[in-house]
Design a protein around this ligand. Sequence first.
Ligand code: NAD
Length: 428
Amino acid sequence: MTYKPFNSFEVAQSQFDSIAAKLSLDEGARQLLRHPMREYGFAVPVRMDDGSVHVFRGFRVQHNDARGPCKGGIRFHPLETLDTVRALAMWMTWKCAVADLPLGGAKGGVVCDPHNMSMQEQERLCRGWVRQLAQNLGPNLDIPAPDVMTSGQHMLWILDEFERIHGQRLPGAITGKPVGMGGSLGRIEATGFGVIFTLREALKLLGIRAKDTTASVQGFGNVAQYAIRLYQQIGGTVACVSSWDQQDQTSYAYRKPGGIDIDELLGVTDRYGGIDAAGARDLGYERIPGERWISEPVDILIPAALENQINAENAGEIAGSVKVIAEGANGPTAPDADSILSKAGIFVIPDFLANAGGVVCSYFEQVQSNMNYYWPKDDVLGRLDLKMTAAFAAVSDLAEKRGIPMREAAYMIAVDRVAKACRDRGWI
Ligand code: NAD
């Protein structure tokens, strides 16, 4: 048997092909949308601290900008490939479209391992990366953001170099900037809160009161923490939460009668979202194996850690009481589990809808930066709620009308919107 490595771009294309068939898209639209519109691949020579020069490989892929300027993160990863960046760029197009943002999809990357680079070397890499692309990025063209192993600091270096080249201040050229340096209030809450705005709407649709529900959450990082906070504010009880234990190199789940207390648990959690086992025990939490988060007898599951956590092997362990899965993480449900969840009558809020709050807030950051006028946090979160609620309503309406799962409905809306924009512009 020959080994065929996993290729996320092939997965993204086959997902697109199946939706294109369901939408009966014409051949021109299929050819245009199953490939990126533009791709940049280039060398970034960087003077290292020891005086040598290392040449890094950089990419930027702009999948489609029919609905507006491209938006997408920049990843620093030793195993980065052009195909991964292509897939992620395509998924950004669908995510922006399902949230009805006037943006297209892009992604960028550099093959490098920041763990082995000084901050000065990383700064030179960021500046070198944007020097290669300075004519192809910008507030009205393509707006990068942080992603795997890049932060607000990296974005500021990229912005500074970009502004130097263009001879003006252009804060809307990059998002994910620190607050006070062009960043938006509410960004830290945005993804987790967005998950709960969509969950709240799902519960309404199903006629369930949030205060009568319990949830089990996988992960206790940025997304999970803010999702838990808002879920508790709307009356829900978190029965169980799991996290990765760096010391034991395994995951554990924690539970307590009456539900977890987010503030006390945060007191024993590190900045990577790892819960200290001894600290949790002292607070009266019971520790169980991490994979048991999925079999808790709750109403709601919120996977907010990693991809491929609900699959054909473990989907059968989900308790009969579970009515909703709100996908906070990217790709937490393997395609082979979808039909099992559907047969079990579980309402799934798909990842690129449920966790779109992050990109919605990045869009708000860009708008604020372009105006150079920044909104109070309540304004940002209020607008986020409106956007997420509207996006949910469009997807759930189509799912109901056609009798199809939410994931399929979300893809159909996204692809249809982008195809329509291409058609309206006269491209196809
Ligand atoms: P994070 O790094 O802040 O937190 C990750 C959490 O997952 C940590 O608590 C970690 O302990 C836990 N974890 C890791 N492995 C685990 C395992 N095997 N079992 C249980 N817990 C485990 O990450 P985040 O920003 O919260 O992102 C979580 C997911 O959401 C990722 O899939 C990410 O791509 C996706 N996402 C994040 C954002 C965002 O704005 N942060 C936006 C969209 C999607």
